[in-house]
Design a binder for this molecule. Structure first.
Ligand code: ZN
Ligand code: MN
Length: 477
């Protein structure tokens, strides 16, 4: 292709406050339709919106974390359009004077994506289309959102998904959003355009709306790059459109011709005073800023001597990072932090993800896993047996020690019984012995395997290796 894609992302992220942005309605997810509404969020005449202080604090926290420039005076505007899920006939948002501008998201050591702006706004309601009629649920109307707008400078679908993962990880670290994609707390619109390689002028873009999984973001963008590329290569022109992505067919389809901002007839909301942020308030929020993912990853690499990739994965989630640190502090130095990291990433995390555990109170808590790892560190069990014990722990939450005692899994470190079993195995396999003695060194592994099999994995592998080496050497003489 002689064209290159340029992608800009707009993320709507729901702030984790208990009440909505301009009224005291609760923000609980999954409540019966229209049970979290009041005259304010239903847009009744004569009502007055009042800004949620905590939502503003959360938004400021995000701005500080991404190094954005805070506007100490910003205003709320009305974005006017008619749609059944918008009871007021306008959305309260920030337009020409948002609360912050600029900043950047760190994706990894070499990749940063600059932001254009972040602004505060309320969410719309939701239309539900049944077979007989369409319904409106206004529970979501007035939910507090920040919209994070990136610069158009992302150049692939994979990079777009990486950016979104970093952003989601960040908002979760900051504790300002649960970043839950399935519940719609983190939604993405992607602007995609192509331009001739080597040129700087942006081509005509299309906007793909409401992508609700990282996988679909990648699929939709790749489809759109291909679609626009085909048109341009045949000498055609891109028509600016707002598109919907259909996850079943994997294609995008036009939803509406793209509106320009003047179509929305933005005007300052006369019901809301300007949003003013005092220096004291910003200072206070800045002091309370938690450790950010990048800094935490750097600390993990330094403190625990674990590989970059492990540190990045562990710190991608604040609760996972806390879990790792607490297991590590409970093993009393009996296993290296690297082993702890491998267990948390390789064994615990896949199960926790699959079973959708809440990482703040997982079914296998830090003390449980630490108990298992201590047995491993003390050579009471081998690492192979440790995995068996872990599987058992999943069934009933029993402690590792109880499982090992109940199933008699204690590792055999007694030299004489290991030696006896090795002699038995060598004698029972004369053909393999002959092959080994004639130079087929690989047969060594066969003997180890037999010993482990007959002992149900309970023999200490290091001892088996050394005694077996010795015994086979004797046979050679
Ligand atoms: Zn309300
Ligand atoms: Mn928006």
């Amino acid at each position: 292709m002689q064209f290159e894609p340029i992608i800009g992302l707009e993320v709507h992220c729901q702030l984790a406050t208990r009440s909505k942005l301009f009224c005291s309605c609760a923000t609980t997810f999954g409540v019966a339709a229209n049970h979290q509404v009041c005259p304010v969020c239903l847009g009744m005449p004569g009502t007055l919106p009042v800004i949620n202080t905590l939502a503003v604090d959360y938004a400021v926290r995000l701005a500080l974390a991404v190094g954005a420039k805070l506007n100490t005076r910003s205003i709320f505007s009305r974005k006017q359009y008619f749609y059944p899920d918008l009871p007021k006939g306008y959305q309260i948002t920030q337009y020409d004077q948002p609360y912050c501008e600029g900043g950047e998201i760190t994706v990894d050591q070499n990749t940063r994506v600059r932001l254009t702006r972040i602004h505060l706004e309320e969410d719309a309601g939701k239309n539900l289309h049944g077979s007989d009629a369409s319904y409106c649920d206004y529970n979501r109307a007035g939910m507090p959102l920040v919209e994070i707008v990136s610069q158009p400078e992302i150049t692939s679908a994979v990079a777009a998904a990486d950016y979104l993962r970093s952003l989601r990880s960040l908002v979760r670290h900051l504790g300002i959003s649960d970043g839950n994609l399935e519940e719609g707390s983190f939604r993405c619109d992607a602007n995609v355009s192509l331009r001739l390689k080597g040129t700087t002028k942006l081509g005509t873009r299309c906007e793909i709306k409401n992508l609700n999984s990282f996988r679909n973001v990648e699929r939709a963008i790749n489809y759109e790059i291909q679609r626009q590329g085909d048109i341009l290569e045949q000498g055609g022109q891109i028509v600016q459109h707002t598109l919907l992505f259909d996850a079943d067919s994997g294609r995008t389809a036009p939803m509406r011709a793209k509106e320009e901002s003047h179509d929305y007839r933005y005007m300052p909301d006369p019901d809301l005073p300007p949003l003013c942020l005092s220096a004291d308030r910003i200072e206070k929020i800045s002091k309370e800023l938690p450790e950010l993912p990048q800094a935490m990853a750097a600390r993990f690499i330094e403190t625990y001597s674990i590989p970059d990739s492990s540190a990045t994965l562990l710190t991608s989630d604040r609760d996972l990072a806390a879990y790792f640190e607490s297991v590590n502090s409970m093993v009393d130095g009996k296993v290296a932090a690297k082993i702890v990291a491998n267990w948390v990433i390789g064994e615990f995390l896949p199960v926790a993800t699959e079973l959708k555990w809440d990482l703040t109170k997982p079914n296998i808590d830090a003390a449980h896993l630490a108990g298992l790892l201590k047995l491993l560190g003390d050579d009471v069990i081998s690492s192979k047996i440790a995995k068996t014990v872990f599987e058992e722990m999943l069934k009933n939450g029993e402690s590792a020690k109880d499982i090992v005692d109940r199933l008699g899994l204690t590792q055999v470190t007694d030299q004489s019984s290991i030696t006896a079993l090795i002699d038995q195995v060598i004698d029972a396999n004369p053909e393999q012995l002959r092959q080994f003695l004639s130079g087929k060194e690989k047969i060594f592994g066969f003997f180890v395997g037999q010993v482990m099999k007959l002992s149900h994995g309970k023999m200490n592998p290091a001892l088996v290796n050394s005694i077996l080496t010795e015994k086979l050497a004797q046979r050679r003489e």
